[in-house]
Design a protein around this ligand. Structure first.
Ligand code: BGC
Length: 694
């Protein structure tokens, strides 16, 4: 039985255990030399000569760090996401890692959850596209290629729906929602050949995912015919005891194993108890054979049995990986506000004030899960701006030591710097340690005294651009109202600095669009675009409610009395330095048949002065359905590049299968009836038409 454990370095006792056949795989294991030596021992000195598998959290890059996955998704550029994953696979596999614990494709609709940073966001379609891109990038054309790494799609399933956004908390997901939203990206990645699946820490509808036969046996194995390998999350098997599901460790081993977890990560309940569970007949030997087969099949598919004795090798950030990281960071950034077209700035500007705790913080700009990255490889915005404009024109005062700092003693220096400059670039957000696993927040404001710093700086009277690097949507309405422009760059990774500098000065044009809804205030959470209507939907004429201040209640509709019901920035939203117009929506037919195709197209024009890319989105909504469907649901998108003055016709093909959802009997159906359809720049605007599905 294979067991995955951590290994800080290759000790004599671990060597002896490998010889005795005790270890089948390692996570986060040692140095390249340790891995090569461990593999040599397994191949040459263990009884069966079964190769080891080395896994690692290669989440958004290995040495070269790309934007966090939430940022990558905002690029809406699956080819680039795939290339980033390919680069990470090459860097990791060179150092002996052939298994990556990614992509994380948990749908996340709650920004309080710190792991939203690792997810592609709130929508099953974009999560499927982004997840499949990562699987392809990791696994390449053949898993057996030495530069391929096995993907691990995680966390199966529902983990992102943690109650109250608190990590590891339970999830309650009705089966229609589970199948239509949370499982869709997993199914897409299974169909794309994802080699492994990692179970979630969380309980789904009262049954922990790591001991959940419905998820693992019925859906994954029986319905999806999955023949890959299933690994638990870190100590998740043993955690079936504190969950209140298993009575003790042996019981946990039995429940997880019988549910279909092939390999246990870190905890050792299989190692300690499976033998006696088999002897007592509580675990059938045939199931053990199946699990062993699943693990060995993975090792065969990876070509590990055919490899030569490995020699330790190192990989590093290269000019090519930097260029790719910069492109993805550039495409991921979302321009949220640009009053009076303050941006782009002219490179002839006299001087700029660089202020804020995230202007020059290499570790923070990389974001969560970057254990193989080196801060010295990172180019910060401060460094990039000095390179672009020359040291003399870039004045710098951080104002705060880090994003949580509440000490205002640096404000005065920052305000002085702001006064001396022509424009202020204010770098705010969340430092690295505030998002990721076990980093849930109950407040979504800018942490520490950043809002106060922004207010002081705004008072200096110079135009201010806020550049926000964060792992999750934040609520920052006061700051947003005090600055002229807001560029949201997520945690942009190794090359975030040059990407941001290029965007600010117009060497690049923002094209990212949000894949997660930004609430006005935490009290609106969960808020996401693909919600259902109600019998009493609020109307746009009811907007204008002052934030936090109850108005005289009017109208019995679904809204708040102390804040607008709409988000501050909707899903799909992002500005450009040019103006795109949408026109001439047309359908190839007024009706679609169950086996036919409908072409939906529109003209998109660049009316501005700059070449730029626009993410054109396709949404649908069945007017009436046997299970009520979201007010809009994303069904396609195109990223189109348009020269100034250029018009392109953007075409989408819709088939009945694209319209399908689960009915009350859990059948996947495309129900006949009327459908609204939009080609749109985001989830709230766009051109609308209608067709009939027969
Ligand atoms: C996380 C996983 C990760 C694993 C191994 C767990 O705490 O939930 O996503 O892959 O650790 O490091």
């Amino acid at each position: 039985m294979s067991q995955s454990t951590s290994m800080a370095s290759l000790s004599e006792s671990i060597k002896a255990e490998i010889r005795s056949g005790r270890w089948g795989s390692f996570l986060n294991a040692g140095s390249p030399a340790d891995r090569a030596e461990a593999q040599r021992i397994a191949l040459k000195e263990s009884r069966l000569g079964i190769p080891l598998l080395f896994g690692r959290d290669v989440i958004h890059g290995y040495h070269t760090i790309f934007p966090i996955p939430l940022g990558q998704a905002a690029s809406w550029d699956p080819e680039l996401i795939e290339q980033a994953a390919r680069t990470a696979a090459i860097e990791a596999s060179t150092e002996g890692i052939r298994w990556a614990f990614a992509p994380m494709i948990d749908i996340a609709r709650d920004p309080r959850w710190g792991r939203i940073a690792e997810s592609p966001g709130e929508d099953p379609y974009i999560a499927s596209v982004a997840g499949v891109a990562v699987v392809r990038g990791f696994q390449g054309a053949s898993l057996a290629n030495p530069s391929s790494v096995a993907a691990s799609i995680k966390h199966f399933a529902g983990y992102g729906a943690a109650e109250a956004g608190r990590d590891y908390a339970s999830t309650w997901i009705p089966e229609v929602l589970l199948r239509d939203v949370y499982l869709r990206p997993f199914q897409a990645c299974v169909e794309a050949g994802a080699a492994t699946v990692m179970t979630a820490f969380s309980a789904l509808n009262g049954v922990p995912a790591t001991g959940n036969p419905f998820l693992l046996r019925q859906i994954l194995r029986s319905e999806w015919k999955y023949d890959g390998m299933v690994v638990s999350d870190y100590t998740a098997v043993k955690e079936l005891v504190p969950h209140g599901y298993a009575s003790d460790d042996a019981d946990a081993a039995r429940l997880a194993f019988r549910a279909g977890v092939d390999m246990e990560m870190v905890s050792t309940t299989y190692y300690d108890h499976l033998k006696s569970l088999i002897a007592s007949g509580q675990v059938p030997l045939a199931e053990v054979d199946d699990a062993v087969r699943n693990i060995l099949r993975l090792k065969y598919r990876l070509g590990l049995f055919d490899q030569p004795i490995p020699a330790p090798a190192h990989s590093a950030v290269t000019p090519e990986s930097r260029a790719l990281a910069q492109r993805l960071a550039t495409e991921s950034a979302v321009l949220l506000k640009n009053d009076g077209n303050l941006l782009p700035l002219a490179e002839t500007v006299g001087s700029v004030a660089v202020i804020g705790p995230l202007a020059d913080s290499p570790v923070d700009q990389m974001g969560t899960w970057v254990m193989d990255a080196r801060p010295e490889d990172v180019r910060t915005p401060f460094a990039a701006l000095r390179q672009m404009l020359g040291d003399a024109r870039v004045l710098y005062a951080p104002g705060l030591k880090n994003s949580r700092d509440t000490d205002p003693s640096g404000f005065e220096a920052a305000v002085n710097v702001a006064r001396r400059a022509d424009v202020v670039l204010l770098f705010l957000g969340e430092e690295q340690i505030l998002s990721g696993e076990a980093r849930s927040r109950a407040f979504l404001d800018l942490p520490g005294a950043q809002a106060a710093l922004a207010a002081e700086i705004a008072g200096a009277g110079k135009p201010v651009v806020a550049i926000i690097q964060a792992g999750r949507p934040l609520t920052f309405h006061q700051t947003a109202s005090q600055v002229r422009a807001v560029l949201w760059s997520f945690h942009p990774g190794t090359m975030g600095g040059p990407a941001i500098a290029d965007l600010l000065f117009g060497r690049a044009v923002p094209s990212g669009k949000l894949t997660v809804t930004f609430p006005r205030t935490v009290g609106q959470v969960p808020i996401y675009y693909a919600h259902l209507s109600t019998g009493r939907p609020a109307s746009l004429s009811e907007l204008g409610i002052p934030m936090g201040n109850p108005t005289n209640p009017t109208g019995y509709t679904s809204k708040y009395i102390d804040v607008d019901f709409t988000p501050v920035y909707p899903f799909g939203y992002g500005l450009s330095y040019t103006e795109f117009t949408y026109s001439n929506l047309r359908l190839s037919n007024s009706a679609l048949t169950q086996d036919g195709a409908l072409i939906v197209s529109a003209d998109v024009s660049n009316g501005g002065q700059r070449a730029a890319a626009e993410v054109v989105q396709l949404y649908v909504h069945p007017v009436a359905a046997s299970v009520v469907q979201p007010v809009r649901l994303l069904k396609g998108f195109r990223r189109v590049s348009l020269k100034p003055g250029e018009t392109q016709t953007v075409r989408f093909t819709l088939r009945a299968a694209d319209l399908s959802f689960h009915n009350q009997q859990m059948q996947l159906v495309a129900e006949p009836g009327r459908y609204q359809v939009w080609i749109a720049p985001d989830s709230v605007r766009g051109l609308e038409s209608e067709f009939i599905l027969r």
